[in-house]
Design a protein. Sequence first.
Length: 132
Amino acid sequence: MTATMIDLPVIDLVHPMPGFPDQSRFALVQLSDDGMLCQLRSLDDPELRFLVMPPAPFFPDYAPEVSDDVVDDLQIGSAEDVIVLLVLNAGASLDSTTANLMAPVLINTVTRRASQVILDDPSLSIAAPLVA
């Protein structure tokens, strides 16, 4: 994660999350003091929330490569302006929690445009355990 993790009051998803076609306005809210656990919370449906986290603590070598289309869609001028977040599937404990490495959420902290990006890399898991 190159950009500082901050609370972003309004994030506009340029492409809705799969399965939620009518939800495009979210807030990024920190759930832990260290900024490691956050929530993407729908501004239109308070019940719709996604647990997300930066990849570095559990996947330090994770560096997704995205297409020029994604860069254009999110109006990315510099990699330093982008926060990469992994969507979590919360288990009963940390041992059973997984992260989706195949489809990170990228947020441009300058424009507040975001998208969940499906990566074209078959080596990435959609359910990577946080704890080996």
